[in-house]
Design a protein around this ligand. Structure first.
Ligand SMILES: [Zn+2]
Ligand SMILES: [Zn+2]
Length: 270
């Protein structure tokens, strides 16, 4: 890869149940590709915190990322993060997970609505979609109001399944006001918007969120953007990040953010 500051701020290791490769293997791959930095963000699903064993696996993830940072010193910047799923569904778990390590970066995610399965496991039909998506935006807004995370991961995640897998049509104009509410709330709370490039590798075929939302965030005055591949295996590290930077450039952004010690550091959009 040719750009100087390519950074992937959303990567899973084998400390996530659905990740396959070690932090060391991922760093080896990132260094070979010439990435500037990587941030490990293993899963912590707050609604399943103890039952799912996340209290153990996130500690393991933090130690593995620190070991990799030491081993790759001088070749690759390695940051330690977490993907905090559904934090407002169990605030005690969220606070426990946040308290167990000095993270560089905290992603906030919503993989399932309260008392429902992951969007990945639901069956979709046109009926009920509107209600489902409105509940999704309601819970996203609740999370942002709680606010103890640095970047909102994969906004529009349900579309990966509704549009990508089920081929249903969602009129984005119908949700323009809801998306505006989310973007305005991110800006007011100084929380970044993630451009998650995993959608490019899937049937959805576009990042989450897609370009019109990125452009709208800019129009509303947003300046805090993070980029992540959401890789779950070494071969996907850095995937789509160059394309993500191209979209940012087209939307008029001059910088994107990489977090260290939970503070944004701005790198140029080349
Ligand atoms: Zn996620
Ligand atoms: Zn993820």
């Amino acid at each position: 890869m040719s750009l100087q500051y390519l950074s992937d701020c959303h990567i899973h290791t084998d400390c996530s149940a659905d990740g396959t490769d070690s932090a060391m293997m991922i760093c080896e791959s990132a260094a070979r590709l010439g990435l500037y930095s990587v941030t490990f963000t293993d899963h912590c699903e707050c609604n399943l915190y103890r039952a799912g064993g996340f209290d153990r696996s996130i500690r393991q993830s933090c130690y593995e990322s620190r070991k990799a940072a030491a081993a790759f010193q001088g070749r690759l910047r390695v940051f330690s993060g977490i993907e905090l799923g559904q934090p407002t569904q169990d605030l005690t778990a969220a606070e426990d997970a946040l308290g167990c390590f000095q993270y560089d970066f905290v992603l906030g995610s919503l993989h399932n609505l309260r008392n429902q399965k992951d969007f990945f496991e639901l069956n979709y039909s046109a009926a009920g979609l509107d209600d489902l998506l409105n509940r999704y935006f309601d819970e996203i807004l609740e999370m942002i109001e709680w606010g103890n995370f640095d970047s909102l991961a994969h906004l529009t995640y349900p579309l990966r399944y509704i549009v990508g897998e089920y081929g249903l049509t969602v009129q984005s104009s119908q949700y323009k006001n809801r998306i505006d509410e989310v973007l305005r709330s991110l800006i007011a709370n100084k929380i970044a918007l993630e451009v998650n490039t995993s959608g490019l590798r899937q049937k959805l075929g576009v990042p989450m969120p897609d370009y019109p939302v990125i452009q709208r965030y800019r129009e509303l005055g947003g300046t805090l953007i993070t980029l992540g591949s959401d890789a779950h295996r070494w071969a996907d590290v850095g995937a789509g990040i160059e394309y993500g930077l191209k979209l940012l450039r087209e939307a008029g952004f001059h910088h994107f953010a990489v977090y260290s010690g939970r503070q944004p550091h701005f790198l140029p959009v080349e």
